[in-house]
Design a protein around this ligand. Sequence first.
Ligand code: PRX
Length: 659
Amino acid sequence: MVTTHEQETTQRARDLYAQAEQSSLEYWADRARNEVHWDTPFTEVLDWSNPPFARWFADGTTNACYNAVDRHVEAGNGERVALYFEGEPGDTDAVTYADLQARVSQAANALESLGVTKGDRVAIYLPMLVESVVSILACARIGAVHSVVFGGFSAEALRSRIDDAEAKVVITADGSFRRGKPNMLKPIVDDALSAEGHTVDHVLVVNRNKAEINWVEGRDKWFHEVVSDQPTSHEVVWHEAEHPLFILYTSGTTGQPKGILHTTGGYLTQVTATARDTFDLQPESDVFWCTADVGWVTGHSYIVYGPMSNGATQVLYEGTPDTPHRGRWWEIVEKYGVTILYTAPTAIRSAMKWGRDIPDRHDLSSIRLLGSVGEAINPEAWDWYREVIGDNNGPGTVDADGNVTPGPRQDHPVPIADTWWQTETGAHILTPLPALTPDELKPGSAQRAVPGISVDVVDDNGKTMQDTTQGFLVIREPWPAMARTIWGDDDRFVNTYWSHFDGMYFAGDGARFDDEGDIWLLGRVDDVMNISGHRLSTTEIESALVSNELVAEAAVVGAADATTGQAIYGFVILTDEAAGTDPQEAEEQLRNHVGTHIGPIAKPKRILVTTDLPKTRSGKIMRRLLKDAAEGQTEADPTALATLADPAVMEEILSGMKR
Ligand code: PRX
């Protein structure tokens, strides 16, 4: 049965598409006026006089933190819970918008007391804690540009990001809890700052796991000590719409990560609007849970800015899905009555692997909408997600032997939003508005652009594809949340995204239309890999490998993996001096080397030591053959083989992969 709410949202979404169709600029101007509070209203919507450097709402002033926090308190919703924090060991905290306003104000005052002013960069290297959200918003409040570095990155990766952004302050924690053990962060910061020549004056340390840590007098300060004496109010400072809000580093096709720059007004408009529309978010009644880490763009846009700007109530969970047991997520859904769950296909596939008996024990009936992000969701995972998680209308029964019979199912399963977007796009670009078209959803397809965005699939010449074969995904018109540049490198911004097709943004993804004009994503067309929804570059890992003294040459490929989407495989030739090293020892040493260089997330699943790599006569490594080998093919493709200078190398590699 179709409820009144569904009829209303359906109508609302139809209206949005219709309005955007008439004029996308007017549409965005309208959304900006309605969803965001401006201190000085803007008069100009878009300045595209110097493409690809867009300026949106440029003469308006606003404040992202005010929009995410203060305005809800002023509207009388201060007692609404903003964050239900759930620590991995089971400690909890319910933080209201009024609490948050006080805590963010204290943190903003504290940063100012340390000399941080508008435009300064602050690196945030924190686990999933309330302090992470507080720190991000405090920066936004005073106009400091935050650069959040995911806690899984190594000291070296952290240092290069600190240096590139010239961060003045680092906010970190002693450590966090992960898989039941302390996961230390402060030692990594110490290590990152051990060499001279950095720009950091202060390191603020959140006291999370009470572990023993090293302390650098004068530089290190406890977060709680610095904030506790500060006033709980802080006057909002209004920033120009184009004032930089944050830098977020992401892997590109070359070794050096790119600092993607997002600014304030346009970004805030689009994350606020899409959080509302994609998820049909009802701040008064929903409990939203995005399982991403704040260290990635999904955490920025759909934990911090989008949902909070809407005044939503959210769950913030510190730990992993399988600690202390594999039902932890479902326990959390049940405990807080999560209504909207936004997660990644890799997590869904892990849950599938662990078996439906685990979620079936729990009451997940509060869920009314599901979201997916990070990579294409395979139809099996989509179906499972909808049936097992989305259509759970109460806990199953467990018999004496522990066998679970699923609880009741609804006849009206919940919709799924498969959202395609990127660090660079800032906010959702493609997704069905699932509340509009619950019966037209297609498992595995992100389907169509959100209202006001102009997406296309084009051929090599930038012409719209006329059939249903693979082309390139592009965005034809500027959009409010688009990246403004790569920090400190305008040329690279132009070259990477805007020089493939005239006047269009090149996303780096292959895609195709289906007969109905819906879009299906087909994975990256460049050297970027997607491991559990984390973006890593093959070149970056190859550089890490060859920086090791054992390695003369290295090739890295991303091979299909049933759980993580892709998995990293490295193929290395050892130097003459290292030629006698035991291959297993070399593999272990090199995996660890990549871990120290980039971070544990970048460790190859396997590294094969080989005497040669498959190269064409012009010396180019045929990565496709390596990928086939890593994916378990036992024979090399003869056509590709024929182009090699020495086809015999593949025999060694194929037999090596069998071991
Ligand atoms: O290849 C696409 C894939 O993730 C890339 C963007 O990675 P990142 O900047 O880390 O942002 C991830 C979270 C937004 C894209 O170029 N990707 C992301 N979402 C999807 C996807 N591929 C297919 N379907 C999706 N829904």
